[in-house]
Design a protein around this ligand. Structure first.
Ligand code: HEM
Length: 414
């Protein structure tokens, strides 16, 4: 299924189930989110036998939740799987820290991933993107599988991960976010798959950290090693904290960028007029990437835990409860976006929350914007269009709006 162009009828509140990962594989949840935006914008989702959570679905409310870190904390987990149980890495990684301590990791690492660094690497990224899409010239390709490597072209480079690890890391990262998905099964049960994926990723980063301790370089792993603040100014920083942060960065890149690439190409398959604009108006690519992020909303949700009794939209929410800001819903809110179910690369302003907002606003946004722009410039220059030649397979995940398989055929210009 494509991301629904016209949402189906509203659903009964009593029928809503937003936790089950399998539900996301067969249908998108836009009818449910639209129902909640319209009829119950701050709504408590019960889970029999487990901790329930508040669902916030309007753009304005989602923005409040992700920007107000004092009331809505990231420390105990930021995904649905953490609700009620927390996250073992709470307080230890950039994603799971609140300001002001969060800033001690964010500041130096942001410089290592900033516009200037990324711009310098643009020629190399373009070279690698050309190599990545070269197989499309040979006929049918599974674009979703091809795009697994795209985030490594940016995050792998910037972190200093040798290319020989890239393909394995992409699979381990996917297994970490969707251990239930048969595509990424590394063992007989999701729990074992998760254990193996964590073990492999950590073993790989442990080796790289040891290497950088011996010979520091100009890369993100070396920056993380130099952050005494990670250990409350005890030096040297312990490897396990660096490891957890490497994990955050590699997951941040791998869980999002490939799916924006695939969903955006999918939107273009059905819109030849938009494809044509990309070749005649190079500036259109920037609008395409922004709309691609809004359209895809690769992270369905962001979770926060309430630090003090509060209220949203007049609904009281007690301290200790969990709030889920449904980013995918915010990005289809008609209060902010005209015709939100229309794919419009000229949308301006495009105030999507696809990269989050507030203190945790995506640190990889400059690099992913650049990689996605280069990707679509290169595709539009080399192909007159892409056709779909097989069924789509969606990722089994309540967190990531992912495509596992998307067979396509590119029609080359020459
Ligand atoms: C289109 C691609 C991407 C999208 C849509 C995206 C989306 C997001 C979102 C929604 C957040 C906010 C998380 C929160 O508030 O809890 C975030 C944070 C983050 N992203 Fe991205 N991301 C993308 C690419 C990347 C890349 C390429 C990297 C690594 C180079 C990356 C690394 C991170 C990290 C480390 C954070 C945490 C920042 C912090 O807590 O201060 N992301 N991203």
């Amino acid at each position: 299924m494509e991301l629904s162009a016209t949402p189906r009828a509203l659903v009964e509140l009593g029928d809503i189930e937003l936790y089950d990962p399998a539900a996301y594989q067969t249908a998108d949840q836009h009818a449910t989110w639209r129902t909640l935006r319209q009829n119950a914008p701050v709504w408590f989702h019960d889970r029999p036998g487990a901790t329930g959570f508040w669902c916030v679905t309007r753009h304005a409310d989602c923005e409040t939740v992700i920007k107000d870190h004092q009331t809505f904390s990231s420390q105990e987990g930021t995904i649905l799987a953490s609700v009620g149980v927390g996250d073992a890495a709470g307080g230890q990684t950039i994603t799971l820290m609140d300001p002001p301590r969060h800033g001690t990791v964010r500041g130096p690492t942001m410089r290592a991933l900033g516009h200037a660094v990324v711009r310098d690497r643009a020629p190399r990224i373009r070279e690698r993107v050309r190599d990545l899409i070269a197989p499309c010239h040979d006929g049918e390709q599974d674009f979703a599988r091809l795009m697994r490597r795209l985030p490594m072209i940016i995050a792998g480079e910037l972190m200093g991960v040798p290319e020989r690890y890239w393909d394995d890391i992409a699979i381990w990262a996917a297994a970490c976010i969707a251990p239930d998905d048969p595509e990424y099964a590394l063992a007989s049960t999701p729990a074992r798959t998760l254990r193996i994926a964590h073990h492999e990723l950590f073993a790989c980063f442990r080796e790289l950290i040891q290497d950088r301790r011996r010979s520091p370089r100009q890369d993100l792993i070396s920056v993380l090693i130099s952050l005494d603040a990670l250990d409350d100014r005890e030096a040297p920083v312990q490897d396990w904290r660096i490891l957890l942060n490497c994990y955050s960065f590699i997951l941040g890149a791998n869980t999002t960028t490939p799916h924006v690439a695939s969903h955006t190409l999918l939107a273009l398959v059905d819109r030849p007029d938009v494809w044509a604009q990309l070749t005649t108006d190079p500036a259109a690519v920037a609008g395409l990437v922004e709309e691609g992020v809004r359209w895809t909303s690769p992270t369905h949700h962001l979770v926060r835990r309430v630090t003090a009794d509060t209220s949203i939209g007049g609904v009281s929410i007690p301290k200790g409860d969990w709030v889920v800001a449904w980013i995918a819903s915010a990005n289809r809110d008609s209060a902010v976006f005209t015709d939100p179910f229309t794919f419009d690369i000229h949308r301006s302003p495009n105030r999507h929350l696809g990269f989050g907002g507030g203190p945790h606003y995506c640190i990889g946004a400059p690099s992913s914007r650049l990689a996605l722009s280069i990707l679509f410039e290169e595709l539009a220059a080399a192909y007159t269009r892409f056709d779909r030649v097989g069924p789509l397979v969606h990722l089994q995940s309540n967190w990531i709006n992912g495509l596992v398989s998307m067979p396509v055929q590119g029609i080359p210009r020459h």
